[in-house]
Structures are given as structure tokens and as C-alpha cells.
Design a protein around this ligand. Structure first.
Ligand code: NDP
Ligand code: 8X3
Length: 254
């Protein structure tokens, strides 16, 4: 019987690459995101390219009722979720704390922390029922250390780090694996979102070195999901070769 993965935030970046790689390897896929047209496009593409079953499940992870409604509406076939990737997330803004935009703060906290919790709260009981599963949390190097002006985004990813460790303990009796993948600088739509659509400023972030790409993270997700039953990868930090930490990036040009 084929396996099923649910990927939040699959309309772009890591989530899209993860959904695509798992589909390529025969998984049936539940794809989530808010942009329905992108989900529909990806659904068609994955079905055509890989002949797997794909279910688009649009919802906003920040909206508790939408999350509950979406997961509880799943037909039986889709309720045995082997892998959940808590990937939906974002940074908005890059400011000193005294200048921060409080709407940006709310969005980051609601998405990266509360959204991850809402989805996990709905999916983990399904995994427990089947006594198996794997929750992969997409954290960040920003969850391991802070950097200037990163304050609230870093705080949300530190929360993901803590929740990953806590979930690992809570899931132990249920034979459910829990893994954090913590990427460094990766070129996706992340910085365009962070800078509120300013593509030039976003592109500047990745100048002068080779950033990670979404496929690098998809390969890491595939690696952790395909270890033998007795092996759990707890925590993984992946950076570009040119990046040693949030603040140490070797750039050949500014
Ligand atoms: P992208 O902006 O390319 O993708 C983000 C995805 O999250 C989109 O599919 C978006 O879909 C989804 N999303 C955002 N808000 C919501 C929401 N409220 N409900 C449902 N889905 C949502 O960025 P990345 O792929 O780079 O980011 C993925 C994750 O990786 C994030 O958690 C990010 O913090 C983390 N990360 C990114 C790094 C990087 O440098 N790129 C490094 C380390 C971690 P839609 O807009 O359609 O809802
Ligand atoms: C994204 C990586 O360094 O921009 O989590 O915070 S960084």
C-alpha cells in the first residue's frame, strides 16, 4: 500500500519541492497552502508526472477552525498520514525591536508557532491511532541562534525547536518519529515575503554566495523519512557551504 504525506505550505519553496520529491517516490500527497490556484496547478502536475493520488487541502494554518474542519473532513483513505511536514511559515519584516511592526509579529507568531500547533494537534491523533507516523518540523538556523533585527522571527523558530523536542518526548510511547530540519539561507520566496514583495531587496540576500535551494531541503526530508524503523533523526542543521552560522556568511560581493 502506498504511503501518504501531508505537506503544509506546499504552494512554494521547500513545501513544493518536498511534495514533488515524495510524489516522485510514489507517495500519495496532501498539499496545503492558502493559494488555491497554485495548489490546483501542483495537483495536476504531480498526478500527471508521477501517477500518484493528490489531494489539495487549502486552509490557513493560523485559523484554528479551518484547520480542524479541513483535517476532520478527510475521507478515510487520507486519514492514515505517514508523514506530516510542518513547513508553512514565514518571516515578515527585519527591524530592531523598537521599530517592529506588530501586525508582522502577530502574523509570524500565529503562522510559525500556533499554525504548527493547530495542524499537529489534528494530525497526531490520527498517527497515534495507527501507531506509526513521522512529524517533520521545518525550523531554521534562526531557531538555534538570533541575529540582528531577526528578533520575533528567531523567537518563533526557537519555539519550533522547543516544540520539536517536546513532541519527540510526547510521541515516544506511540512509535511516532519527530524530526526538525533547520535550514540556513535558502533562495525561495521567503525573502520576497519577508520584504513585503520587494524582489530586489530579496535578491540582495543571496548575492555573492551560493544559497541552498528548495531541492536541498526536500532531499533532507526524504533522507530522514527513509531511515530504518528503529532510527530517528532528531535534529538537522543544513546551511550553504558559505554559511557557518546566521551571522557568518562568506560573500564574494556585497
Ligand atoms: P516560501 O515563501 O517559498 O514558502 C512558504 C510556504 O508557506 C508557502 O507555500 C505559503 O503558501 C505557506 N504559508 C505561509 N503562510 C501560510 C498560512 N497561514 N497557511 C498555510 N500556508 C502558509 O518560503 P520557504 O519555502 O523558504 O519556507 C518554508 C519554511 O521554511 C518556513 O517555515 C520558513 O520559515 C522556513 N525556512 C526558510 C528558510 C529560507 O531561507 N528560505 C530557511 C530556514 C527555514 P501560501 O502563501 O499559498 O499560503
Ligand atoms: C530563514 C533563514 O537566516 O533568513 O529561516 O533567518 S534566515
Amino acid at each position: 500500500m502506498s504511503k501518504t504525506i501531508l505537506v503544509t505550505g506546499a504552494t512554494s519553496g521547500f513545501g513544493k519541492a518536498i511534495a514533488t520529491l515524495f510524489a516522485k517516490n510514489g507517495y500519495d500527497i496532501i498539499i496545503n497552502g492558502r493559494r488555491k490556484e497554485r495548489l490546483a496547478e501542483l495537483e495536476t502536475q504531480l498526478k500527471n508526472d508521477f501517477k500518484v493520488e493528490v489531494l489539495s487541502l487549502p486552509f490557513d494554518v493560523r485559523k484554528r477552525d479551518e484547520v480542524i474542519e479541513a483535517i476532520s473532513s478527510l475521507q478515510d483513505k487520507w486519514t492514515k498520514i505517514d508523514v506530516l511536514v510542518n513547513n508553512a511559515g514565514l518571516a515578515q519584516g527585519l527591524s530592531d525591536i523598537q521599530d517592529g511592526d506588530m501586525d508582522d509579529w502577530d502574523t509570524m507568531i500565529d503562522t510559525n508557532v500556533k499554525g504548527l500547533l493547530y495542524v499537529t494537534r489534528q494530525v497526531s491523533p490520527l498517527m497515534i491511532k495507527h501507531k506509526s507516523g513521522h512529524i517533520i518540523n521545518i525550523g531554521s538556523v534562526a531557531g538555534k541562534e538570533v541575529y540582528p533585527k531577526g528578533n520575533v522571527y528567531c523567537a518563533t523558530k526557537h519555539a519550533v525547536d522547543a516544540l520539536n523536542k517536546a513532541m519527540r518526548i510526547d510521541m515516544l510511547p506511540h512509535n511516532i518519529k519527530v524530526t526538525a530540519i533547520n535550514p540556513g539561507l535558502a533562495e525561495t520566496e521567503f525573502s520576497i515575503v519577508r520584504f513585503h514583495g520587494d524582489e530586489d531587496r530579496a535578491a540582495q540576500t543571496y548575492k555573492g554566495f551560493e544559497a541552498l535551494n528548495a531541492d536541498d531541503i526536500a532531499e533532507a526530508a526524504w533522507f530522514v523519512a527513509t531511515r530504518p524503523a528503529h532510527v530517528n533523526i532528531n535534529d538537522m542543521i543544513i546551511t550553504p557551504t558559505a554559511q557557518a552560522s546566521s551571522r557568518d556568511v562568506f560573500k564574494t560581493e556585497a
